[in-house]
Design a protein around this ligand. Structure first.
Ligand code: COA
Length: 261
């Protein structure tokens, strides 16, 4: 077992890279890992200079093999609900980050690892990796948002097939059903995430936050309420310097230089 921190946070310009760092345990989510991850997510949430976030895993075998099954095996039954609450809250923390998030899946993503990717906005999977909500094969159910977020993405019928059969999908099939946005050549999920980050960062950072908020906030509203919510999100960006900068750049036929204000 390594003494290294189970999660690392690195800054690269206006991007933050969160890396699950337990490759020897296929980046499984132990309680100390979740506790640290939640602290780092709180730091990112409060930092306006961070415009986008990438989640990835150390090594080349797994993005995340889900809950730490060795820890779970010795966990007293009365602690299990606390663990499930903590892993669900972690995924909710990811889903509710104001910044756009990319899951750069450098390897397999099972159980909680798949749920973590589902909580991100954009998903890239290594071509040799597999992904799935495999919990029922362990006689449990996805409890960190998987039963809710997967049907939103692929529809209830497909979600039932994947969860009830505990299917492990290859990258091409995952992309064909819309579970992942991009498939990266073997070993290059992080590089592909860097390219996606560069594409994101051509756009106004406050607009990215507002668009994410308008989409997520619209999902649990009626169409009429969702349109009102979209209008409120739009309103937030009207007084920004970046909006004026984009208009000036368009007129001057140059690339805009956004400041996030
Ligand atoms: N929790 C704790 N440890 C895990 C783990 C998990 N979820 N997944 C893997 N590990 C550990 C293994 O026990 C093994 O430890 P050891 O070296 O002490 O024996 C080590 O990580 C390497 O695992 P191994 O299975 O040999 O690696 P692999 O690269 O051949 O396969 C996986 C990787 C992810 C495909 C495979 O480990 C797996 O299927 N894990 C379970 C995934 C799962 O069902 N998760 C859902 C949890 S709800």
């Amino acid at each position: 077992m390594s003494d290294a921190s189970p999660v690392t946070l690195e800054r690269d310009g206006h991007a933050a890279w969160l890396t699950l760092n337990r490759p020897e345990a296929r980046n499984a989510l132990s309680l100390p890992t979740l506790n640290l991850l939640r602290d780092l997510l709180a730091e990112i949430r409060a930092d306006d200079s961070i415009w986008a976030v990438v989640l990835t895993g150390a090594g080349d075998k797994a993005f995340c093999a889900g809950a730490d099954l060795k820890e779970r095996r010795v966990m007293p039954e009365d602690m299990v609900p606390q663990f499930v609450r903590q892993i669900r809250a972690t995924m909710d923390d990811i889903a509710s980050l104001p910044q756009p998030t990319i899951a750069a899946m450098n390897g397999h993503a099972f159980g909680g690892g798949c749920e973590m990717a589902l909580a991100c906005d954009l998903r890239i999977l290594d071509e040799g990796a597999m992904i799935g909500l495999t919990e029922t094969s362990l006689a449990i159910i996805p409890g960190a948002g998987g039963c809710v977020r997967l049907p939103y993405l692929v529809g209830a019928a497909k979600a039932k097939e994947l969860i009830l059969l505990a299917r492990r999908l290859g990258a091409a099939e995952a992309q064909s059903i819309g579970l992942v946005h991009e498939v990266a050549p073997a070993g290059r999920a992080r590089e592909q995430a860097s390219a996606m980050l560069a594409a994101l960062q051509k756009n106004g950072p406050l607009a990215l936050r507002a668009a994410k908020d308008a989409i997520d906030g619209g999902l649990d509203r009626t169409v009429e309420q969702a349109l009102e919510y979209e209008a409120a999100c739009y309103q937030r960006i009207i007084p920004t310097e970046d909006r004026l900068e984009a208009l000036a750049a368009f007129a001057e036929k140059r690339a805009p230089d956004f400041a996030g204000r």
